[in-house]
Design a protein around this ligand. Structure first.
Ligand SMILES: NC(=O)c1ccc[n+]([C@@H]2O[C@H](COP(=O)([O-])OP(=O)(O)OC[C@H]3O[C@@H](n4cnc5c(N)ncnc54)[C@H](OP(=O)(O)O)[C@@H]3O)[C@@H](O)[C@H]2O)c1
Length: 232
């Protein structure tokens, strides 16, 4: 496949490395310096591309997605912090009969963790002696807090048991690529469930798998649709 990489940061570079190792070609790499407001995403640069992978910044993603969808390029985005704009982007995808896959977290382990967390919440329902909380840690340069994955974790816990509070604490320090933990703390014991990313390769592999899957799947998809189908 010919892949356009939008965003030349840690994730863009990791996806490009892995894509080349898997025999794909990088059609274009578009960095911030030439792309204010998405202006480098012209039909000239995009013609011949099979798919785009977008990992930029919360303030840049929406303009990039608009340009890519307008140009008819199936697009995978992992950028976090723009979800309030999703309804508008989804309407554009529908109008253009395009394809978009978005995920706050592309690691397979996280999606299994989220399902396990929902089940854990069900098991703790009706046990007021336990307090629940979420803790998420990321490297110092991460811009948004709480993380998109922490927000998804919160949504899953509420699905499992809506009758409880789940306060979120975000820690930004050092270089950890991402840790998410939910705990149930009782008077004599604590139960924790955690996911810890060791490096970015798990995210990059998931994003690349999404890029391989997306062409031919019109509409707006999450990584869960791809991994598990539409079921709960
Ligand atoms: N879904 C997942 O699995 C996953 C995993 C890791 C990270 N993320 C998210 O993905 C995003 C990127 O993460 P990262 O670790 O790669 O961050 P990063 O290393 O800071 O890279 C972001 C890159 O985007 C560039 N950029 C900014 N505006 C741009 C534009 N308009 N066009 C093209 N490039 C632009 C930045 O350039 P400048 O530095 O020059 O501004 C930077 O090189 C973040 O939102 C992060 O939270 C998601």
């Amino acid at each position: 496949m010919r892949i356009v990489i939008v965003g030349n940061g840690k994730m863009g570079q990791a996806v490009a490395r892995l894509a080349e190792a898997r025999g794909h070609s990088i059609h274009a790499r578009i960095g911030a310096e030439e792309n204010a407001g998405g202006r480098a995403l012209t039909s000239g640069r995009l013609t011949g591309a099979d798919v785009a992978v977008e990992f930029t910044r919360p303030g840049a993603a929406v303009a990039n997605l608009e340009r890519l969808i307008e140009a008819g390029v199936p697009t995978v985005t992992g950028t976090t912090g723009w979800r309030d704009e999703l309804p508008r982007i989804a309407a554009l995808v529908a109008a253009r009969k395009g394809a978009l896959l978005h995920a706050a977290n592309f690691s397979l382990g996280v999606h299994l963790f989220l399902r396990a967390a929902r089940e854990l919440a069900r098991r703790f329902a009706g046990r007021p002696e336990f307090d629940a909380f979420i803790l998420e840690e990321h490297h110092a340069a991460k811009l948004d807090a709480p993380s998109g994955t922490a927000r998804e974790l919160l949504a899953r816990l509420i699905e499992g048991d809506a009758g409880r509070r789940y306060p979120i604490t975000s820690l930004r320090a050092g270089s950890t690529p991402g840790t998410h933990l939910v705990a149930y703390d009782g008077p004599h014991e604590r139960v924790t469930l955690a996911h810890e990313a060791r490096n970015r390769d798990g995210f990059a592999a998931g994003a690349l798998a999404a890029a391989e899957w997306l062409p031919g799947h019109p509409g707006v998809h999450t990584v869960e649709d791809m991994l598990f189908g539409a079921g709960p």
